[in-house]
Design a protein around this ligand. Structure first.
Ligand code: AMP
Length: 384
């Protein structure tokens, strides 16, 4: 086992990529989870420095600075988290060496091209002031970026506790051999999730699809979908899946909330057979909510990713709200895969009613596809 009694100056790659609107952090769940490690390693380390990405900046976009995150971290920990405006170089080294603070946060990793390009020289520069490295950013574990695959080469390196927890929880579904495994997918794009659907179909009993993505499937079955979201180039793949051996496990909505214009607040509920060519499907309807609820109630293991409609808008949020409430009340094991589903939970329920909420959206989907992710189990666990 690697020695964890003396970590020296520690660098921790966390996933502090949180939504920020007008300088305000609108959901700080990832920060809350990430800073739990401080208490665990505080007496084993000289300094603790966090590093993360935030959004997808094109160069040094100050709107995507991690400074507000450092403020939030200080608030949660009730200790100063000293923000350093760089990611590497003399200034960083000097501050870590001389500051009275023990905890630091570096600036957005993605301000540096070297992160995305997995530049080894960049990795050497950034890891220079440190003795050990903890990779704890599940949300980035599916990327071949420098912090995921190269930082650890230069230091004594470990896998962090959040990574361990994600793997343990998602493995319950990945290695699931029990009957009663149901998956509910929503969100805008089917293109992001076709691979997942293909990989999950043989393993699950039911795969319910709502949100914008169900319309490409309905179109593939030959139904009128009006002006609803459609990804034309994926119709044939959708058709292939629907006609496959397990295609009958795909369960589609039978009624919808529709509108004539996304910008209006008008909504009517219609049966799927009553779609007109000017209709835009913006939510699942009440009958579909009941049908999905019935399946969810019978399920032992449930994975949910993606909203059932344009839930950001009150008038279009009915289906997502009802489904969020229904999953909150289930007795089976419930796992939620990040992103917009977590926003829906914050809006309509409470995270405490779910067994596991993944901190990684895309990464959790790729993991459940059965892919080997570059950042998963790369290092030995830091068992603390
Ligand atoms: P994704 O990032 O693919 O999970 O998509 C999340 C987004 O899907 C949310 O912002 C929703 O507003 C959007 N969405 C859900 N249902 C629909 C729909 N029927 N039409 C258009 N967008 C939708």
């Amino acid at each position: 086992m690697p020695n964890i009694d003396n970590l020296g100056n520690v660098l921790i790659r966390s996933d502090l990529n949180v939504p920020i609107k007008n300088g305000e952090i609108t959901d700080y769940y990832r920060i809350l989870k990430s800073v739990e490690i401080v208490k665990k390693i505080s007496n084993k380390s000289r300094t603790i420095t966090f590093v993360s990405h935030l959004g997808r900046p094109d160069g040094k976009d100050l709107k995507l600075s991690l400074r507000p995150v450092a403020v939030k971290m200080s608030e949660i920990l009730d200790k100063e988290v000293h923000f350093i405006e760089e990611t590497y170089g003399e200034k960083v080294e000097r501050q870590i060496e001389t500051s009275e603070s023990k905890i630091f946060l570096l600036e957005n990793l993605r301000y540096e091209k070297g992160e995305i390009d997995n530049d080894k020289n960049f990795s050497k520069q950034i890891t220079k002031p440190f003795d050990s490295y903890i990779f704890d950013a599940f949300g980035a574990a599916h990327r071949e970026h420098a912090s995921v695959v190269s930082f650890g080469e230069n230091l004594k390196s470990f896998q962090g506790p959040l990574m361990d927890k994600e793997i343990k929880e998602l493995d319950k579904l990945l290695k699931n051999n029990e009957s009663g495994y149901s998956v509910l997918l929503g969100g805008a794009k089917i293109s992001d999730k076709l691979n997942l659907i293909e990989k999950l179909l043989p393993k699950v009993e039911n795969l319910m699809v709502g949100g914008g993505m169900c319309f490409t499937l309905l179109k593939a079955l030959g139904y009128e979908i009006g002006k609803s979201l459609l990804e034309e180039s994926f119709i044939s793949k959708a058709e292939e899946l629907l006609n496959s051996d397990n295609g009958q496990k795909i369960i589609l909505p039978t009624d919808f909330g529709v509108t004539d214009s996304i910008d209006s607040s008008d909504r009517v509920n219609i049966k799927f057979s009553d779609f007109k060519n000017n209709h835009i499907g913006i939510d699942i309807g009440p009958q579909t909510v009941l049908d999905f609820e019935k399946i969810l109630n019978k399920s032992k293991n449930i994975f949910w990713n993606g909203p059932m409609g344009i839930f950001e808008k009150e008038e279009f949020s009915y289906g997502t709200r009802k489904i969020t409430e229904a999953i909150s009340n289930l007795s089976g094991y419930t796992c939620v895969g990040g992103g917009d589903s977590v926003s829906a939970i914050n809006k309509f329920s409470d995270k405490k009613y779910f067994n596991h909420i993944s901190t990684g959206g895309g990464a959790s989907l790729e993991y459940l596809e059965g892919k080997k992710l570059p950042g998963v189990n790369k290092y030995k666990s830091l068992i603390i």
